[in-house]
Design a protein. Structure first.
Length: 189
């Protein structure tokens, strides 16, 4: 029994090795893997997206207060209201688009830096910080699904209306875009 079992395993192993060798040989003969590539309207749309992306200013498809920091792209819960209790953290979720890429060695790099200003109703700057967050990376293809999740903690703000301005500077494309989110600090929540 055991000899028959080992013989079957050896045959299976030889068949797997032969199939793997044949598969690798066919890739080696053609030089590139074989898979369906976008054609027609889809290929045209992807080229149009790339052109529009490169000529656009830095913009945002989403910019909102969120319940908590995002788990990833599109993985956030919008906050139902822009009213916060004193000392409650503010979480902002944003999806920037139109930022630039640098490319080399079959890779694409992007680099955004965020700054903020906290304003009162008269436009007075109550707090600010340049370059407090960086969103950068290098990928094998141009990454067009970038999310930014930012948390702010402003202690001691009295009840009233404020605006949080967050500016994203595109370090590669030389573009910038600002999100202005009005909010209220209430005396009770």
């Amino acid at each position: 029994m055991q000899n028959g079992f080992f013989a079957r395993q050896a045959v299976r192993g030889a068949l797997f090795l032969a199939a793997t060798t044949l598969s690798c040989a066919s890739i080696a003969q053609t030089g590139t893997p074989d898979f369906p590539k976008p054609e027609g309207a889809l290929a045209d749309s992807l080229a149009a997206l790339s052109d529009a992306w490169n000529t656009s200013g830095l913009a945002f498809t989403v910019a909102a207060f969120a319940e908590a920091p995002a788990a990833g792209y599109g993985q956030y819960t919008p906050r139902a209201s822009a009213s916060f209790a004193a000392d409650e953290p503010l979480t902002v979720y944003a999806e920037p688009v139109g930022y630039g890429f640098s490319s080399s060695d079959a890779s694409y790099s992007y680099s955004l830096q965020a700054s903020y200003r906290l304003l009162n109703t008269t436009g007075q700057v109550l707090a600010s910080q340049e370059g407090f967050a960086d969103f950068s990376g290098t990928t094998r293809s141009a990454k067009r699904e970038l999310s930014a999740s930012l948390s702010f903690q402003f202690s001691g703000l009295p009840a009233g209306k404020y605006t949080l301005e967050t500016t994203f500077a595109d370090k590669i494309g030389g573009k910038s875009g600002t999100i202005s989110l009005p909010f209220t600090i209430s005396t009770s929540q």
